[in-house]
Design a protein around this ligand. Structure first.
Ligand code: PXL
Length: 274
């Protein structure tokens, strides 16, 4: 039977991130995609100034109640950037009431990168997101986010023992399967570590000199699309990594598009693989 996914995250009207990448990418994978916009911003918060922010938290309970009344259920709920602590509590409630019996909770705790929280977030938000991760079936943190949840020391350079320690620390706060992104042991390569039931697998691929905004959202969306099409967690992580790499390759020469990656140009390569 066709699967239906709900994704809950903001709409950054301009910026190639969050819902404006999740909806097209998961749909292109052939999965029915429902959306719950958590906020509307004129742009994302990473590099623009003076953006607008309309918090849609107050609409979330009524939307959920309507879905419950209509007996609408989802095979998976995938969350990304969420606007506030209150929204995280609403998301927990939506997961409780609208997932099918074996429905999958996939949480990308999009809140920090390069050792720093995104603009507008604080320690209360980190603690709330940690609770959401604790209840998830899959979490897709980067190293910064994983450190913030666990109190593990953040480092720019590290070895396999450090990453193993970080995964073990995450395992103490959540029994979710872990896809740890941005794990790089040398300048030329980066990759993802997938941890399922205690076993770790690493997928290494090309690293670009610059980092690009929104790649976490592109990555998580492609992961969700591939996983919902029936690929294993590890294969989905690999498909998503190759796709994100291709998006970055297609973006790197266009300086005017500094705010996000050209995910549209590579979508055919993703569709062919899922
Ligand atoms: O890409 C994550 C993201 C999503 N939504 C908004 C953001 C960011 C990262 O900065 O600002 C509004």
């Amino acid at each position: 039977m066709e699967k239906r996914v709900l994704t809950i995250q903001d709409i950054s009207c301009v910026g190639r991130c969050s819902l404006t990448v999740a909806l097209p990418i998961i749909s292109a994978c052939g999965i029915e995609t429902s959306v719950l916009p958590s906020a509307v911003l004129s742009t994302h918060t990473g590099g623009f100034t003076g953006y607008t922010f309309r918090d849609l938290s107050d609409d979330m309970p009524a939307i959920k109640n309507h879905w419950v009344k209509e007996s609408i259920k989802f095979d998976a709920i995938y969350t990304g950037y969420l606007g506030s602590v209150a929204q995280i509590d609403y998301v927990l409630d939506i997961m409780k009431d609208t997932l099918t019996e074996n429905g999958v909770r996939i949480v990308d705790p999009a809140m920090a990168d390069n050792g720093k929280l995104y603009a507008g977030f604080d320690e209360d938000y980190v603690q709330a997101m940690k609770r959401l991760c604790a209840s998830a079936d899959f979490i897709l943190p980067n190293i910064t986010e994983a450190c913030m949840f666990t109190g593990y020391e953040y480092r720019e350079e590290y070895d396999e023992a450090y990453i193993k320690g970080l995964i073990d620390a995450l395992g103490k706060i959540s029994s979710a399967k872990i896809v740890l992104t941005g794990v790089s042991y040398d300048k030329a390569t980066t990759g993802v570590v997938v941890c399922e039931d205690g076993s770790l697998k690493y997928y290494r691929h090309k690293r670009f000199e610059k980092s690009y905004h929104g790649t976490g959202d592109v990555y998580a969306s492609a992961f969700v699309g591939a996983y919902m099409r029936g690929h294993s967690a590890y294969d989905s992580a690999v498909i998503a990594a190759d796709y994100t790499t291709e998006c970055m390759r297609n973006t790197k020469d266009d300086k005017s598009k500094w705010y996000g990656v050209s995910f549209e140009s590579a979508i055919k390569t993703l569709v062919e693989r899922v």
